[in-house]
Ligand binder design. Structure first.
Ligand SMILES: [Zn+2]
Ligand SMILES: [Zn+2]
Length: 313
């Protein structure tokens, strides 16, 4: 029987079409993306990128490098105040900062190939940039995200992630903030307690847990939460976070899955959204119905979680 499910707290619905269910191996991608001939993210080509912002070095060579995006979605100019004219026309300048984090100097490696200690260093860069950009005038949110693979929105194969700091709290994060607390209790803290012992539980370590959400929109969608009620990246154990992410990425590598991830956190001190990372594998294409707002997912999260736990495809 297919099942209609609602997100834990958001007004977001999915149909889990379990009769269409396939084995994880049916989702596996085979296409290997070739590295660009002239890659601006490779060592030796630093001159092609805008000014460097920060880097981490090993043996006097950079291993992670952050710089402004050459083709930014938002720029540090203009008016960041959002206004409405004539009732219907709400706008501001596309204000903000758009940065690239090249995750490794090795063009042959993707994030899932890197050791968890290296992933931890990438998160140190995220943390440094979130802290710096959050304090700038006009910035309401620093969105850290990754696109891997063409289906996930990137044409550059050299492993990288992005940061867009802008004058708005993203919609979904804002809705999560609004619905996070009922009677002063964090919903996500309770959800974690329930999912800990559910069929959707995937991995757990000292301070982090990973599970496939009840109303997963994407096949193999998986969320990472600190088990304690922490609201900011700086409060989290980056080593536990990196090691649990590594476990997830090893499974995505088995499927050669394109994916996105996004960090959700409280950008304002007064909001106490439970910090988390959503990982969205892009193994299915949204068709017409999905644009109605309800999503059909042909991989039940309980089966996806089993794959994460066992690796059996
Ligand atoms: Zn490269
Ligand atoms: Zn919480």
């Amino acid at each position: 029987m297919p099942e209609l499910r609602k997100d834990y707290i958001l007004d977001r619905w999915v149909i889990i079409a379990s009769e269409r269910a396939r084995r994880p191996s049916d989702f596996k991608r085979n296409i290997e993306k070739k590295h660009q001939v002239l890659c601006h993210f490779c060592p030796g080509n630093e001159k092609y990128t805008p000014n460097e912002i920060t880097r981490i070095e090993e043996n006097r060579k950079w291993i992670i490098r952050c710089f402004s995006n050459k083709f930014p979605a938002v720029i540090n100019k203009g008016n960041y105040k959002i206004e409405t004219h004539n009732n219907f026309y709400t706008f501001s300048d596309g204000f903000g900062y758009h940065e690239i984090v090249v995750e490794t100097n090795d063009k042959k490696k993707q994030l899932w190939d890197l050791p968890s200690q290296h992933i931890e260093k990438i998160f140190r860069i995220y943390l440094e940039r979130i802290n710096y950009l959050s304090d700038l005038e006009g910035i309401n949110y620093v969105q850290v995200f990754k696109n891997y693979g063409e289906e996930a929105g990137t044409s550059v194969s050299h492993s990288h992630s992005q940061i867009i700091a802008y004058n708005k709290i993203p919609d979904i994060v804002e809705q999560e903030i609004k619905k996070n607390f009922i009677n002063n209790k964090c919903n996500y803290c309770e959800i974690i307690q329930r999912e800990k012992d559910s069929y959707r539980r995937c991995f757990e370590n000292e301070s982090f847990i990973a599970f496939c959400p009840y109303a997963s929109r994407f096949p193999f969608e998986i969320w990472l939460f600190p088990k304690q009620h922490l609201t900011r990246l700086e409060e989290c154990s980056l080593s536990d976070l990196s090691s649990i992410l590594k476990s997830v990425l090893e499974r995505l590598k088995q499927l050669n899955a394109p994916y996105n991830y996004m960090i959700h956190y409280s950008s304002k001190k007064e909001d106490k959204l439970h910090f988390h990372i959503e990982i969205l594998p892009r193994l299915s294409t949204w068709a017409g119905f999905e644009f109605s707002g309800t999503v059909i997912n042909s991989m039940p999260p309980e089966d996806a979680a089993k794959f994460y736990r066992t690796g059996n495809i």
